[in-house]
Design a protein. Structure first.
Length: 600
């Protein structure tokens, strides 16, 4: 092949291809079968095979292709140069640019202009023998739209095909620059640089959130804007365009995305344990967490987040997983979605409390985190190590490794209830690993072993706090529930103070809704899954149904008694086609409906 650049869509290029084939590509086409087949690992056979290679026939055939390419045979005309574009313009000039063609047959470029699409003056704008890659058209009138194409001319004076047409209105404003978008609580603040043209009338604001394409949502007379019609926990993309007094609209600015978040409801504690032989029932665990978080504004749940909107109200998330026999673990969750990456990027804080949160459950010995993994990127941990056997499981507490922290021990009564496989001493926890942190200054606790000399775990890190520019994360390998209660509270208070959480914040959320409501589902439009929320002013029978556009009921999400308060359900519409649907909530006191759109 000759030198070929990447060909953009819609462009044309020409190549010369020589295809060399046939059984006698080597002088001995049976060399492989006779000498190497079945003996691929035998050094003597390999040497005999390579000694028998003879490519002289291939070289002769390749030479004939080169002679054809360089021998003066007629080739197709050259394609147009790539990346043809308007580089700069004003009311009295248009500057055009393109990428050079790398071809020895190129003689010149010819640039053509017209004032109607597809119709151009036959006389080129460029002079003879023009081979530069920039041309300035100074013969233009302000506020007129011009259409340009360019072609390559070869040494035989043959003109190749035109490039894709580009057009420009000489009065068109330039795209705004420097757009930034910053998310807040139910709002996004946009800022950009003022345009230099003196006839700018304002700016059009465009917004997109997948799968909805960019749409104009408003205009602004100044170079800033606050979008308050947003939902916390949904990522929005923006760009802006300038328009002038003549109605000319610029091309769009750079795009910028923002993630509005509430962060106004305190702490969300996700209890990812299951009741069983070791862990007590949910009510007992919730009571324990409520006691050690007394004075904080906290919500305790056993539900894993489905979308980012589930985390949007909370400035801190605590994910607890007290024993490896819990129903789930954080490792599985972050491997399958990016909710927590976006949550932290937006400024949230995260505490992981409990063993084996970051590694597969069957891990023993050392475990290294890949570059790009959640543990490496967001927790600043290089690797972990776990006891190789139950005999090395000697964990009985944590030794403070940073100022302001106090040693902690286990609640012996709770630890003694744990059923260990095999004969084990009581009063200790197994499967407590140690970290290899990227920064040793971030360590806050080290492992304390019952018999230090019997394990390599003793004295090594079990808890770290990583403070990044946007967020703070902490990992506590030890279980909160199996610490003695005063220590668990003190450990939490020290970490939460770094998160900015304060004790004694009043919870001003209403304990009971005043009326029955049905909220708009989110996301909307959606592909398969969406969340539908409703509140009930009193306990009553409820039916939540889904209807298509012709009034047929396609699903019933709930039909029966329900308690007063806020409720949410997930609807999986994966089996239904794209289109408009209605969610309808029916109670003895009210009937509510919302529109929903499936886009596939």
């Amino acid at each position: 092949f000759g030198p070929i650049a990447l060909i953009p869509p819609g462009h044309v290029d020409t190549v010369t291809i020589g295809l060399i084939g046939g059984r006698n590509l080597h002088n001995d086409p049976y060399n492989y079968v006779n000498h190497l087949y079945g003996h691929e690992t035998d050094s003597a056979s390999i040497a005999q095979y390579y000694n028998g290679l003879d490519f002289s026939d291939l070289i002769i055939k390749a030479d004939s292709v080169i002679q054809f390419y360089e021998g003066g045979f007629p080739h197709p005309p050259l394609g147009a140069p790539h990346n043809f574009r308007v580089a700069e313009w004003a009311g009295n000039f248009v500057r055009l640019a393109w990428s050079p063609r790398q071809n020895p047959a190129l003689d010149e470029y010819r640039l053509f202009r017209g004032t109607q699409p597809g119709i151009y003056d036959p006389t080129p704008l460029t002079p003879a023998d023009f081979r530069d890659t920039v041309f300035t058209d100074n013969d233009v009138v302000d506020n007129v739209r011009y259409y340009y194409v360019i072609a390559s001319i070869d040494t035989a004076d043959r003109q190749g095909p035109f490039s894709p047409e580009i057009d420009i209105n000489t009065g068109q404003p330039h795209p705004p620059t420097g757009l930034t978008a910053v998310g807040g609580n139910h709002l996004v603040t946009l800022d950009w640089n003022d345009n230099s043209e003196n006839d700018i009338a304002g700016y059009a604001i465009y917004r997109s959130n997948w799968p909805v394409p960019y749409q104009v949502i408003d205009s602004s007379a100044t170079s800033d804007y606050i979008d308050s019609d947003v939902t916390n926990g949904i990522i929005y993309d923006y760009h802006v365009a300038a328009y002038d007094l003549h109605g000319n609209l610029s091309d769009p600015s750079n795009s910028h995305f923002a993630l509005p978040m509430g962060f106004d409801e305190g702490i969300l504690l996700i209890n990812d344990n299951i009741p069983g032989t070791n862990n007590p029932d949910y009510d007992s665990m919730a009571a324990f967490y409520s006691r050690i978080l007394s004075g904080y504004r906290v919500t305790i749940t056993t539900d894993d987040p489905v979308w980012l909107v589930d985390l949007a109200p909370y400035s801190t998330v605590i994910w607890t997983h007290d024993l490896i026999r819990g129903r789930y673990q954080f490792y599985d969750f972050v491997e399958s979605n990016t909710i927590f990456q976006n949550y932290l990027w937006a400024g949230g804080n995260l505490l992981l409390a409990g063993p084996k949160q970051l590694v597969p459950l069957n891990t023993t010995g050392p475990y290294a985190f890949d570059f790009g993994s959640f543990a490496r990127n967001y927790l600043n941990i290089d690797s972990m190590e776990y006891p190789a056997s139950l005999f090395e499981a000697q964990f009985i507490g944590g030794q403070a490794a940073a100022p302001g922290y106090a040693d902690f021990g286990l609640d012996t009564a709770r630890a003694n209830r744990i059923v260990y496989p095999g004969a084990m001493d009581v009063g200790r926890l197994y499967d407590i690993g140690v970290f290899y942190p990227h920064d040793s200054n971030e360590v806050i606790y080290n492992y304390v072993a019952a018999v230090p000399e019997s394990t390599v775990m003793d004295g090594r890190p079990i808890a770290i706090v990583h403070q990044a520019e946007r967020y703070t994360t902490a990992v506590l390998e030890a279980s909160l529930y199996y610490m003695n209660e005063p220590s668990a509270r003190q450990v939490l208070q020290n970490i939460l103070s770094l998160f900015g959480e304060q004790v004694g914040i009043e919870d001003d959320r209403p304990s009971m809704p005043e009326r029955t409501t049905l909220s708009q589902n989110y996301p909307n439009p959606f592909n398969a899954l969406t969340r539908i929320e409703f509140t009930l002013a009193r306990e009553c029978d409820v039916r939540l149904s889904i209807y298509n556009i012709i009034g047929q009921r396609v699903a019933v999400l709930w039909d029966g008694p329900q308690t007063a308060g806020r409720h949410s359900l997930i609807w999986d519409a994966g089996a239904l086609p794209s289109g408009l649907y209605f969610a309808r909530l029916e109670t003895p006191d009210a009937a509510k409906s919302v529109k929903m759109v499936i886009v596939k």
